[in-house]
Ligand binder design. Sequence first.
Ligand code: VGL
Length: 210
Amino acid sequence: MLDRPAAHDVLLVVDIQNDFLPGGNLAVPEGDAIVPLVNALAQRFEHVALTQDWYAPGHRSFASSHRRTPFETITLPYGPQVLWPDHCVQGSLGAEFSSALSIPKAELIVRKGFRPEIDSYSAFCEADGVTPTGLAGYLRERGFTRVFLAGLATDFCVAYSAVDARKAGFEVVVIEDACRAIDTGGSLAAAWKRMNDAGVARATSNEFLA
Ligand code: VGL
């Protein structure tokens, strides 16, 4: 059983945006199922931050920018890139947080993916592996030492954020049932392997909500 979330803990709620929910352009199966859980979890944490994919129109990670089919993988200057349907475009309805998400006390919104040439699954570091979002510095300056993660999708933005949070020196716990995965081409199993190797811990929401 985990100790109760305390002043040095932050809940990072990843990308609960319309495009990742049923009916959205990159719908994550059952993505909507976690929203009430995440709302409840947020009440148990003193501190909550949100992430929001905020892609420039015509982003390099969009299949439409290459006249390719979504879910193909191509090589970009920084490495392999899965090509996605256009989603979470800046200012679009799909980029807005779900109207069912209710976390008015969230203290920070980190936007990512705004550079047209670089994807950013991670809330900490863009896909080139060197461009920081500034989140690690923010969290450190606020005195946080442990990052809990919930949101979408387990195998992409949650996993990359979790691994990068470890790299940045935080303790990291993924609240597994408060996440859902895309799971394309074995991505979910691969993501858990990377998270386990990086020392990311797993928890379930009942450890907080009981
Ligand atoms: C995500 C794929 C593409 C995510 C974002 O939020 O996990 N996945 N863009």
